[in-house]
Design a protein around this ligand. Structure first.
Ligand code: ADP
Length: 514
């Protein structure tokens, strides 16, 4: 009894909780029982005696034996209901329960799906924007790289173009100076000698600026090459002193050179690179110092060369010291001319020579720059061939050069030393001459009309003509040298060429052929 009423209670609770309604039909689909709460779902006509086919739309066409679950049916009151058809022996029970929670859940899910779709769409849009932005960045990068490549090749091109006329200026002023010196032994021409000396110094200074510009173009491409060779350090430092002393004299400041070695001091180093570093550092020290002194110290110990450049100039602030080695950087307030490249290039060269450039300075306390590089010492005796007295070897020389100023100068200098020189002004004529006449040595430019120096070298190889050729080019680009060497040139000289270098190389070539 208790159990029955408990059962009834539970059933009652369940019915209420699930909002369960029901009706039963007999085999002729007539309603034989119906719960009162069917009205809650709008099934008002579902009463005992009525036909289910007529008053319940989802029952239309079904029979009393159908077992079926309809999960989501809209009731006449607009509520979502789930319907279960449960056939028994002689009747069919139809259970109707609320599906609104499920419907809400579905709606929520649908909403979430829609939101997700929106998010995905937005994400795709953002990705597209990102892609566009990165494409634009890439394009800008390419443009920037191109601009920087153009700048570099422009600088290389310009400095290359500068070398050729500078070769003439330096060579001809040398000739004029020598002529004046021998004509005016009585001192009558001393003014002119001084003037021409000034032109020479300026052109050499210009050449060192051009060299820095050219080297800047090579900074990124590993083109700066250091070629150590036998070098008289004492001679090199004396040369640098002679070159820069007039600049310090002009500013009435002392130029003190303290060398810890005497001439000759033969070591292995790249003399022209070391010279370039010293000119850059001393050039700065003299340029920025208006009173006091510039001191250059150099000493050798354990096969290392230690160099110091000290000045009593304005000094450099700590803030500026951090930026000083950046390319093209210059302090804003110095009012001095410059390219802002000297220190960048000097630092790189010193690094390539195995050292490190150190700068210390304080505003108002001058500047100290130093570096230490390997410089293995050789026998103290300098080689006689390094002196001015180069042995004369009878030789017939072919000069191929399209710049008449340079050609005249070289012909003049070689003829003065007793050599027989024929000049041609293009590659084709050079090749013809070499095919038809005997020469001991060829001095040849690269960039010539009709056939370049490279073309001639190539043809000589094909034709088996073995006359030694020294290339003389304004291009200090390593790949140009490598190309010429690959094509069999005997040596590669960079303009402006020193006539002693030409003779030394020619003697070597003649000795090797003998
Ligand atoms: P440049 O001398 O051609 O301007 P550098 O790279 O050699 O280029 O030097 C960069 C800058 O560093 C100079 O413009 C100058 O502001 C500063 N600087 C270099 N050396 C000195 C020095 N000895 N004293 C004072 N300032 C210096």
């Amino acid at each position: 009894m208790v159990e029955t009423s408990l059962q009834q209670h539970i059933n009652q609770q369940l019915f209420e909780k699930l909002e369960l309604a029901y009706f039963c039909v007999d085999q002729s689909m007539q309603i034989i029982d119906a719960s009162e709460n069917l009205e809650n779902y709008g099934y008002t006509g579902v009463v005992v005696g009525a036909n289910a086919d007529d008053c319940v739309d989802f029952m239309f066409g079904l029979d009393a034996y159908t077992e079926l679950d309809l999960p989501m049916v809209e009731s006449p009151s607009g509520k979502k209901v789930s319907v279960s058809l449960l056939p028994r022996d002689s009747f069919l029970t139809v259970l109707i329960s609320s599906a609104s929670a499920e419907a809400d859940q579905r709606q929520l899910l649908q909403q979430k799906a829609n939101e997700n779709e929106l998010l995905v769409e937005q994400q795709i849009k953002l990705m597209k924007q990102l892609e566009n932005a990165s494409e634009m960045l890439e394009q800008k990068n390419v443009q920037l790289e191109e601009a920087s490549r153009l700048q570099t090749s422009f600088l290389s091109g310009v400095s290359h173009e500068f070398r050729t006329p500078l070769t003439s200026i330096i060579g001809y002023t040398n000739l004029v100076k020598q002529a004046l010196q021998s004509a005016g032994d009585d001192g009558s021409e001393s003014d002119k000698v001084q003037h021409i000396g000034a032109v020479q110094r300026s052109s050499k200074h210009l050449l060192s600026l051009v060299e820095n510009l050219l080297d800047h173009g090579k900074l990124d491409s590993d083109e700066i090459i250091v070629r150590p060779k036998e070098t008289d350090l004492a001679e090199l430092f004396n040369d640098v002193e002679l070159l820069l002393k007039p600049l310090s004299d002009g500013k009435h400041i002392d130029f003190i050179v303290e060398l810890g070695f005497e001439q000759p001091m033969i070591v292995v180093t790249d003399d022209s690179r070391l010279r370039q570093c010293l000119i850059n550092l001393l050039g700065n020290a003299i340029k920025f110092t208006d009173s006091g002194s510039v001191r250059l110290t150099a000493k050798l110990s354990d096969d290392f060369l230690k160099v110091g450049v000290f000045d009593t100039g304005p000094g450099i602030s700590q803030e500026n010291l951090a930026k000083i080695k950046l390319p093209f950087w210059q302090a804003a307030d110095t009012g001095k001319a410059g390219t802002g490249l000297g220190l960048t290039i000097t630092e790189r060269i010193v690094e390539l020579m195995g050292g490190e450039l150190e700068i210390s300075s304080e505003l108002g306390c001058g500047t100290q720059v130093s570096f230490e590089i390997p410089a293995p010492q050789l026998d103290a005796e300098p080689k006689p061939v390094e002196s001015q007295m180069l042995p004369f070897k009878q030789a017939k020389i072919l000069l191929a050069e399209d710049d008449y100023d340079i050609a005249d100068l070289i012909v003049m200098m070689l003829s003065e030393r007793g050599y027989e020189v024929s000049h041609v002004d293009n590659g084709e004529l050079a090749l013809n001459a070499l095919e038809n006449q005997e020469f001991d040595f060829v001095l040849m430019d690269i960039h010539m009309p009709i056939m370049t120096g490279y073309d001639v070298l190539r043809e000589l190889q094909v034709k088996g003509i073995k006359t030694p050729v020294a290339i003389m080019s304004a291009s200090a680009v390593e790949s140009d040298r490598a190309k010429a060497e690959q094509l069999g040139c005997f040596d590669y000289l960079i303009k402006p060429v020193e006539i002693d270098d030409v003779i030394r190389i020619m003697n070597l070539a003649i000795d090797q052929r003998a």
